[in-house]
Design a protein around this ligand. Structure first.
Ligand SMILES: Cc1ncc(COP(=O)(O)O)c(C=O)c1O
Length: 388
């Protein structure tokens, strides 16, 4: 099942949403309708005033100089790789315990993703495996160029350790913050770490729009200018002709208008998500391996994911489904095991933790509008099944 898959439920009791986009819509109500109506009135559907306004607000939120909004999280990753001229013969290091788009964008620009293992307790890039992967790439004659850590399930990666290795080997860091925007790493907002960071506004993301959308964040003026041009077919501002091959990668003005309204309630939603996660951890800690947030990190809880003994997951999913409680498995089969990615290298020593986790993880409903009685229903069902 991928990040875009709809969780499966066959409710025999009142079904619980996995992510309550409709609950949030009810809360926002008329404000969204008014914001969209304003765009329908001024008709500047492409790069209209709301796009610039949103970009300025996102820059202020993330504490970063430039935000370049774009059509998806995938385009956000692509824009950075294109702007940096990543291509054939280059190696880009990324985890495999993530959504396919992380490695996919590297392959799309003609470079080679080199898959790196993750840590068991944070699900994020393991820097010991990263060092090995750099050696693997060199042995294969590839040129190491970039590291793409992922803030998986909303938890920031170990960015200081990644940065140290990047510096040692002369690589740039592109943070795949599609699941992590809104999180904090040691007083730094996700979005402001690395040469650039990319996020997704897919509706199920913690900050989602009503369609596809994404953004790149950077403090680098030149890179920002280049990416603004690349998202419009390579028409770089101030240049009379196409100097680069780009894409149609803009964020629609209507989506920007919706995001402006959603950004206003995002801080309160982050707080609410953290309360839900803390309550899950407290109530489920003795029945499953619950997520750990290292000191100084704030997770945005894109997913709330527990680990079970191998073999127990399917039974739990089926039992919860029978009670109208959806679950999801991210990622039952990590990309490096898929047909399209099998040809790309993995770090020396393989990805044993990634493969182990893929048999153990299961995600429970998580969103800012999960009230305590509903959460208790989920918790009780999980406990009942795991102790049966
Ligand atoms: C880690 C990660 N990277 C990239 C993406 C791609 O984002 P989008 O679906 O907006 O293209 C996603 C989306 O699920 C993701 O989870």
């Amino acid at each position: 099942m991928n990040q875009h898959a709809r969780p499966d439920t066959t409710p025999t009791m009142q079904p619980i949403p996995f992510i309550d986009v409709a609950g949030q819509r009810r809360k926002l109500g008329q404000k969204i309708d008014d914001a969209v109506a304003k765009v329908l009135d001024h008709c500047q559907f492409i790069l209209g005033p709301e796009v610039r306004e949103l970009e300025a607000q996102l820059s202020a939120f993330a504490g970063v100089k430039h935000t370049i909004s774009c059509a998806s999280g995938t385009d956000a990753l692509m824009l950075v790789l294109l702007a940096k001229g990543i291509g054939p013969g280059d190696a880009v290091f990324c985890p495999s315990f993530t959504f396919a788009a992380t490695g996919e964008t590297v392959a799309l620009v003609g470079a080679s993703p080199v898959f790196v293992d993750v840590e068991e307790d944070t699900f994020n890039m393991d820097v010991a495996s990263l060092e090995k992967a750099i050696g693997t790439a060199k042995k294969l004659g590839l040129k190491p160029k970039a590291i793409v850590p992922v803030d998986l399930f909303g938890l920031p990666a170990d960015h200081d350790s990644v940065a140290e290795i990047a510096e040692e080997h002369g690589l740039f860091v592109l943070d795949d913050a599609a699941q992590g925007f809104g999180g904090v790493y040691k007083d730094r907002k996700i979005g402001s770490i690395g040469l650039a960071a990319a996020t997704s506004f897919f509706p199920a993301k913690p900050l989602g729009c009503y369609g596809d959308g994404g953004a790149v964040f950077t403090n680098d003026d030149q890179l920002a200018e280049l990416m603004r041009g690349l998202r419009v077919h390579g028409q770089i501002p101030g240049r009379p002709e196409f100097s680069h091959i780009g894409i149609t990668g803009r964020l629609d003005t209507i989506q920007a208008a919706i995001l402006i309204e959603k950004l206003k309630i995002f801080p309160a939603e982050i707080e609410a998500r953290n309360k839900v996660a803390a309550r899950y951890n407290e109530k489920l800690g003795q029945y499953a391996i619950v997520p750990r947030v290292p000191e100084g990190y704030t997770s945005i809880w894109a997913q709330y994911t527990i680990r079970l003994q191998p073999g127990r997951r399917d039974g739990l999913a089926a039992a919860l489904k029978a009670e109208g409680i959806p679950t999801a498995i991210y990622y039952a089969k990590p990309p490096h095991q898929h047909e399209a990615y099998k040809k790309f290298p993995v770090a020396e020593g393989g990805l044993p933790v990634t493969e182990k986790l893929s048999h153990e993880v299961i995600s429970l409903p998580m969103h800012a509008y999960l009230d305590e009685p509903t959460q208790d229903r989920i918790v009780d069902a999980v406990k009942r099944h795991l102790t049966a």
